[in-house]
Design a protein around this ligand. Structure first.
Ligand SMILES: Nc1nc2c(c(=O)[nH]1)N[C@@H](CNc1ccc(C(=O)N[C@@H](CCC(=O)N[C@@H](CCC(=O)N[C@@H](CCC(=O)O)C(=O)O)C(=O)O)C(=O)O)cc1)CN2
Ligand SMILES: [Zn+2]
Length: 768
């Protein structure tokens, strides 16, 4: 009998209970016992949901406070010196301090006099999930320091569940971390492996003692281009771990194993999970290479997108696999369902036809279960019914007039190379722009959003529920814009923004106004910590029926004599942070989006807006995991940006913004986007990025981290600016935070910006 399992379920809860509880805890409105109770209820509910859907072996360890990589750091005692509690034993306050940083004054229980920087936050492979980067020291010691996994296993057992604990494997964990400290230069973090492995031994022994049979060890780095010493380390590590108890399933996802396939297949463990959604081509080879004793888990239900599984085509693979593997065949979603919204059943207002094409995490578990049933009992009536339904859905989608729009396709076909080229080169444009804009050296600005207060969100909620009229909602948002403009004038910022109060999210806001997108009411997915996004779904050809931002930004510009920067989201980011179509390529969807945004840029210019920022925060994230696929992506991604940015006059200054990115791999392409100014994230990594950042146009390296409530002081920002000015000529430098301020409160925002403006003024003096 084949077996249905799951690699992980979303932890946020269908009503984002975890988000709400954590935020209440941080505000002091919920105590620790209350917070823990919410976690326990969510785990119990999620196991139950998966079990009812037909999943036989349930994951434990997919629940985490804030982030699952952070939970591993606590487990292993990877707690940087600055966060180490006096008692020696880390608690939830330690965990949240590592995640969020601590202000010098408003610090946790008064134990720290100094402000503490949070761990670095970065994206999890090519997803919109962000993890906290483990910080290693050269003399790093590891010690089991966190009981959560064991407690949760007991909890699941007490509820009568058959479970499979999930851990991040030792190689992936080390790969994700960073060495810190002055002695780190020249030290290879792989040298920490020998010290780390005994911890896995201890964990496996404890789990075995609790009656666990299988453990899932996630090693997604096996789908990356790995250096030879890392490949060797895989063999070494798992040869050592072989001695330990428990059956081990190594899980790989987000891509194909390719040249690591032989390595992965032959590791001395008991099973291997592969992603057949992202990399279907690896299926036949893996069958030939897998030792006869091993379980093979096939990920045929897409954990990264919301389309219903084509059961019929999944079954052709499965029937074959079942013949070869029999009991050794397992089925699962392609990856953890962390990246899927929770439950489609809640979307009562969705168009019935569109809804019938979709599946969220709960439905995906049922798909895995029905596929398993279909190989175990092919004639079961429910199997036949599910197959018939799946065939009907596929047919309805293929033929639907909702998808194909001849006018959009014709416009795309008519695009020429000249459409993606500014009229003059940067050297010419910048002179004209400086004449029009009349800005001081080191101009100060922000990235776009100001605090999304609960008053703003409640007003929008009331408006969406029909309890607030359009007129009253507009007036409320105008009030927010006036407030933002007044504050920026008072702070003495040079280039103002309207603050994005009217936007629920920088992607969803535009998606709601474009044809070809559908959006959900409850389709939340965790992005980082307590923050969630509700990715919209691209189901058909995309177009812009009318202007989307001109009224708001025009209103803001009329309030001030200063330059008002218009704010848009770029095509690559719109695509990357949405659930895309799969019947046409990503590049087609990006170009359709580019044309829609191009029209918006031109409308803003016509309305008198002199600077337009087109955010491409997800540009790096869209980069394929394998280097062989990079150039193809970079070509169409840069072209899409240029297509939306190149319609304007020389005098109109185009900005772009990117955050959290390892840019060095893509720096040439970023330059090829030819934005006049780029603002980037650099502060958490101490301007390290600028070492290699040869950007030919103007650049605003972020001088403070907006993900932490900590208020940066002027001195530290001056230091960062001096460092930046050593790398980049001052006449090309801008001064700005790392990213938008929507997640911050007003008090800390104003305090931080006062200091930032003071830092810019000081640097102007120093450099004059
Ligand atoms: N899509 C996307 N990806 C991104 C980013 C981004 O901005 N967007 N930024 C980077 C970091 N990721 C982030 C992701 C989310 C948030 C964020 O602030 N999310 C908000 C939700 C934003 C939103 O959609 N808000 C809606 C709905 C708000 C809401 O919860 N309303 C309440 C009612 C009001 C209330 O009680 O506050 C409800 O419906 O129950 C709105 O403003 O309209 C949150 O989790 O809190 C920030 C950064 C990388 N990836
Ligand atoms: Zn950003």
């Amino acid at each position: 009998m084949a077996l249905a399992h799951s690699l992980g379920f979303p932890r946020i809860g269908r009503d984002r209970e975890l988000k709400k509880a954590q935020e209440a805890f941080w505000k002091g409105e919920l105590d620790e016992a209350g917070l823990r109770a919410v976690g326990r209820e969510l785990r119990a509910r999620h196991w139950q949901v998966q079990k009812e859907a037909g999943i036989e072996l349930l994951p434990v360890g997919d629940f985490a406070w804030y982030d699952q990589v952070l939970a591993h750091s606590l487990s292993f005692g990877v707690i940087p010196e600055r966060f180490r509690p006096a008692s020696g034993k880390p608690g939830l306050d330690t965990l949240f301090a590592m995640a969020r940083g601590v202000s010098g004054d408003a610090c946790c229980r008064g134990t720290h006099a100094q402000p503490l920087h949070a761990l670095e936050l970065t994206k999890w492979f090519d997803t919109n999930y962000h993890y906290l980067v483990p910080e290693f020291s050269v003399d790093q010691q590891f010690a089991l320091s966190w009981e959560q996994l064991f407690e949760e296993v007991d909890e699941a057992h007490a509820l009568g569940h058959a479970v499979k604990p999930v851990v991040i494997g030792p190689l992936t964990y080390l790969w994700l971390g960073k060495l810190k400290g002055s002695d780190a230069q020249g030290f290879d973090k792989l040298e920490l492996l020998e010290r780390l492995l005994p911890l896995y031994g201890q964990i496996f022994q404890r789990l075995a003692g609790q009656g666990v049979e299988w453990v899932q060890i996630d090693e997604p780095i096996l789908v990356l281009d790995l250096p030879q010493d890392w490949k060797n380390a895989f063999e070494r590590a798992y040869n050592i771990l072989q001695r330990e108890p428990l059956k081990k399933l190594i899980a790989t996802y987000f891509g194909g194993l390719e040249e690591n396939l032989g390595l992965a297949a032959n590791l001395p463990v008991d099973g291997l999970h592969i992603d057949l959604v992202r990399a279907p081509q690896q299926y036949p080879t893996i069958l030939d290479r897998l030792p006869a004793y091993k379980v093979l888990s096939l990920g045929l239900v897409d954990g990264r997108n919301v389309w219903r599984c084509d059961l019929e085509s999944a079954l052709t693979v499965l029937r074959h696999a079942h013949e070869r593997l029999g009991e050794r065949l397992w089925l699962a979603p392609s990856c953890s369902l962390l990246h899927s919204p929770v439950d489609l059943a809640r979307e009562e207002q969705l168009d019935a036809e569109l809804k019938s094409w979709l599946a969220f995490a709960t439905q995906k578990c049922a798909e895995v279960a029905v596929l398993t049933r279909a190989v175990n009992q092919p004639e079961a009536p429910e199997v036949l019914a599910a197959l018939a339904e799946s065939r009907a859905v596929q047919a309805s989608r293929a033929a639907s007039p909702l998808i194909h729009k001849p006018a959009v396709q014709a416009r795309l076909a008519a695009v020429s190379a000249a459409d993606s080229q500014r009229a003059s080169p940067f050297a010419v444009r910048i002179g004209k722009q400086r004449a029009v804009l009349d800005l001081p050296p080191l101009p100060t600005t922000t990235i776009g959003s100001f605090p999304q207060t609960s008053a703003i969100r409640l007003a929008r909620q009331a408006f969406k529920q029909g309890k607030l009229s359009l007129g009253d909602y507009t007036e409320a948002m105008h009030g927010e814009i006036r407030h933002a403009v007044q504050i920026q004038e008072r702070l003495g910022l040079d280039v103002l923004v309207h603050g994005e109060a009217e936007r629920n999210d920088m992607v969803e806001y535009f998606a709601e106004q474009l044809d070809g997108y559908l959006f959900t009411r409850f389709g939340w997915v965790q992005s980082y910590g307590s923050r969630c996004v509700k990715p919209a779904v691209i189901y058909g050809d995309l177009s812009r029926p009318r202007a989307m931002t001109v009224d708001w930004i025009g209103y803001a510009q009329r309030l001030t004599d200063k330059v008002m920067k218009g704010m848009l989201t770029g095509p690559v980011t719109m695509l990357t942070w949405s659930f895309p179509r799969e019947d046409v390529g990503r590049e087609v969807q990006a170009r359709q989006l580019a044309l829609a945004i191009r029209d918006e840029v031109l409308d803003l210019e016509a309305a008198g807006i002199r600077i337009v920022q087109i955010d491409e925060a997800a540009f790096r994230e869209g980069l394929p995991l394998r280097q062989a696929d990079w150039q193809g992506y970079l070509d169409w991604a840069t072209e899409a940006f240029r297509l939306c940015a190149s319609g304007v006059r020389d005098e109109t200054q185009i900005h772009t913004h990117m955050c959290y990115s390892e840019f060095n791999d893509v720096i040439e392409s970023i330059a090829a986007m030819d934005a006049d100014v780029i603002t980037i994230e650099t502060s958490r990594s101490d301007m390290e990025l600028l070492e290699a950042f040869e950007y030919p146009n103007e650049i605003g390296p972020g001088v403070y981290d907006i993900h932490s409530p900590r208020v940066p002081d002027t001195r530290e920002m001056v230091k960062l600016l001096r460092k930046a000015a050593r790398r980049i000529p001052a006449e090309r430098l801008w001064v700005n935070p790392d990213c938008g301020l929507k997640t911050r409160g007003w008090a800390e925002t104003e305090a931080a910006l006062v200091n930032m403006v003071a830092a810019a003024r000081q640097l102007r003096k120093e450099l004059a």
